[in-house]
Design a protein around this ligand. Structure first.
Ligand SMILES: O=C([O-])CC(=O)C(=O)O
Ligand SMILES: [Mg+2]
Length: 620
């Protein structure tokens, strides 16, 4: 029937909608005149529409969030797409639309309602959503991300409207690849997935945890410009051991206890394999919010086989080490001169501790000397090799051959740490006594309350200042309002992995890196720390302001890309001459593009030397 060129031209026409679009194209593009459209099978003689089943119709430009521009469609676009009259007469700029969004969100007092507004905006007009988020990071990050996303996960059964992302359950074992094939996007580059067992510091939320991969991937786009269609959020639903959820009539996941052991491991194996089978071996696979029993174990199992990392272990470690690197500019103590004391000995604590050790080794200590400077305290007390039950396997490197101690405060008095790092999910654990003790031990104590969301933070920013006579250097995983102390205002920083993972992901995707070594996280930490200015430090902040996080993400991506080539990890060849230009060229545009058909002013037949279009036989 039609030559391929003509078919593609027809598709092109279809893509902008029927009828008027076609008329528009026909008047401008002579190639369309051959063969007569009336002989196309999908051409409707009366209406002049092309009724192709795969066709994107004009109305789809209003319904599909990727295409929708709302009142920003121009008159020309409205006419060409056949949507003139379906929109109010007003033509708006994207800037005017952003103003309306801001006014609309401000009308809600409750953060969960703000979250719902933003979810709905993402479902309606994707570019508007991402531009709003990327230009107002400080204001809206706490809504689409920590802490509000935690609340959204807890209420997920109530707020669940349109599906976003894939739910793959243990019952799909043996068919995971087929489920992945149902995802409509063919060009996925990054998958963030959780099994919902340790959602922030909130524990096992099962399938309600879906809010987390969705939120993380929103930051991939808003902060690092990774294209939304290249991102896939997934929840692996293997059940939940949260009794409240098992009894919750609104629960949307599998109503059964968690599957563990061999069956779970086989399921994760199958999932990892299916992802690369479907999307290619360089697909970035980000583990998110897995519980202690699986997080470190699975990272060790897969880190050299896949392009993968665990954000809670490695992303959190990187941001914390960046904070420590910036803090030493204030304390004037080298990293290797500090004593680190962790409350919590789980995956985040061990990730931070290991990367801190690597940073101390870079300063000249041996690994053993560096490990000696790190202490940990878990539910059973100080990690002492002499305690009953010994030191858990995953934290063996940090067990000390000293007398067991069950009192946290007594440990602080005895060990006299200079850096106190909270990864415990025990809200308020750094109480007045603990903080006063820290201030007594050292002139400028470093206090990190990293557990999320806010309710789980080990102390508030204000308490940290109040109880250390304003001498602490503070960071938290979730945001805190400015601190008032001694007539001054301080803006403490957010030591959250959102400074790290978007940049790492962009660098990895841009170079199609096949593995992510630990050293990449140290590089990311150094890059982030270099962004901290003297004025940040004067404000009490050991991280750059959130309004700079996009710049930071790009800088991290470029450093990661350099490293990928230096270490032979990249798969994009030939190596781009200008890496920073290459990385930037991969990024998403938050601005609307024209929806007008591309009109060709040359004859493809001539250019490609293809056979001229044959007349279509009658009655086919
Ligand atoms: O999501 C966040 O805010 C940081 C994080 O990875 C976690 O707490 O699990
Ligand atoms: Mg996490």
């Amino acid at each position: 029937m039609f030559s391929n060129i003509s078919k593609s031209l027809l598709c092109c026409t279809n893509a902008i909608g029927p009828n008027r679009a076609l008329a528009y194209a026909l008047t401008k593009c002579p190639v369309f005149l051959e063969p007569p459209l009336s002989q196309c099978r999908n051409y409707h003689e009366v209406t002049g529409d092309i009724v192709c089943p795969n066709m994107v119709r004009g109305i789809d430009h209003l319904r599909d969030p990727r295409l929708n521009k709302g009142l920003a469609f121009t008159l020309e676009e409205r006419q060409a797409l056949g949507i003139h009259g379906l929109l109010a007469a007003k033509f708006k700029t994207q800037e005017e639309q952003l103003d309306i969004c801001r006014i609309s969100i401000d009308r809600y007092e409750d953060n969960l309602n703000k979250y719902l507004y933003l979810v709905e905006l993402q479902d309606r007009n994707e570019k508007l959503f991402f531009r709003l988020l990327s230009e107002n990071v400080e204001k809206y990050l706490p809504i689409v991300y920590t802490p509000t996303v935690g609340l959204a996960c807890q209420r997920f059964g109530l707020i669940y409207r349109r599906p976003r992302g894939l739910f793959i359950t243990i019952n799909d074992k043996g068919h995971v690849f087929n489920i992945l094939k149902n995802w409509p996007e063919p060009d996925v580059r990054a998958i963030v997935f959780t099994d919902g067992e340790r959602i922030l510091g909130l524990g096992d939320l099962g399938a309600y945890g879906m809010g987390i991969p969705v939120g993380k991937l929103s930051l991939y786009t808003a902060l690092a410009g990774i294209k939304p269609h290249q991102c896939l959020p997934i929840t692996l639903d293997v059940g939940t051991d949260n009794q409240d959820l098992l009894e919750d009539p609104l629960y949307i996941g599998l109503r059964q206890r968690r599957v563990r052991g061999k069956e779970y491991d086989e399921f994760i194996d199958e999932f990892m394999e299916a992802c690369v089978q479907r999307y290619g071996q360089n697909t970035l696979l980000q583990f998110e919010d897995f519980a202690l029993g699986n997080a470190g174990r699975l990272l060790a199992k897969y880190r050299n086989k896949y392009c993968t990392f665990n954000d809670d272990i490695q992303g959190t470690a990187s941001v914390a080490v960046a904070g420590l690197m910036a803090a030493i500019r204030v304390t004037k103590r080298k990293l290797s001169e500090n004593i680190y004391f962790f409350l919590g000995a789980g995956s985040a604590a061990n990730g931070i501790a290991n990367l801190t050790v690597a940073a101390m080794v870079a300063e000249g200590l041996t690994k053993e000397q560096a490990q000696d400077r790190v202490y940990m305290f878990d539910v059973d007390g100080l990690l002492s090799t002499r305690r009953e039950g010994g030191v858990p396997e995953h934290a063996k490197a940090f067990g000390k051959n000293i007398a067991p101690e069950k009192s946290f405060e007594a440990c602080i008095a005895k060990i006299k740490p200079s850096c106190l790092i909270g990864c415990s999910t025990v809200g308020g654990a750094f109480n007045e006594n603990v903080l006063r003790q820290m201030a007594q031990n050292i002139e400028r104590p470093v206090i990190f309350a990293l557990s999320n969301p806010t309710s789980k933070a080990e102390c508030t920013a204000q308490d940290a200042y109040n109880f250390t006579d304003g001498r602490c250097i503070f960071a938290s995983g979730s945001p805190f309002p400015p601190v008032q102390y001694d007539g001054k205002e301080f803006h403490t920083g957010q030591g959250n992995n959102s400074y790290i993972f978007p940049g790492i992901a962009l660098g990895v995707i841009a170079t199609a890196t096949h593995h992510i070594p630990e050293t990449m996280f140290l590089t990311a930490a150094r890059t982030l720390a270099n962004y901290v200015s003297e004025s940040d430090l004067a404000l009490g902040r050991i991280y750059p302001s959130l309004s700079e996080v996009k710049e930071v993400s790009l800088a991290i991506a470029i450093e990661v890309a350099k490293m990928a080539y230096d270490e032979g990890l990249a798969s994009v060849y030939p190596e781009p001459k200008d890496l920073s230009k290459h990385v930037s060229s991969m990024m998403y545009s938050f601005h609307y593009e024209s929806s007008m058909p591309v009109v060709w002013d040359w004859k493809p037949e001539e250019k490609f030397n293809v056979r001229p279009v044959q007349p279509v036989p009658k009655n086919i």
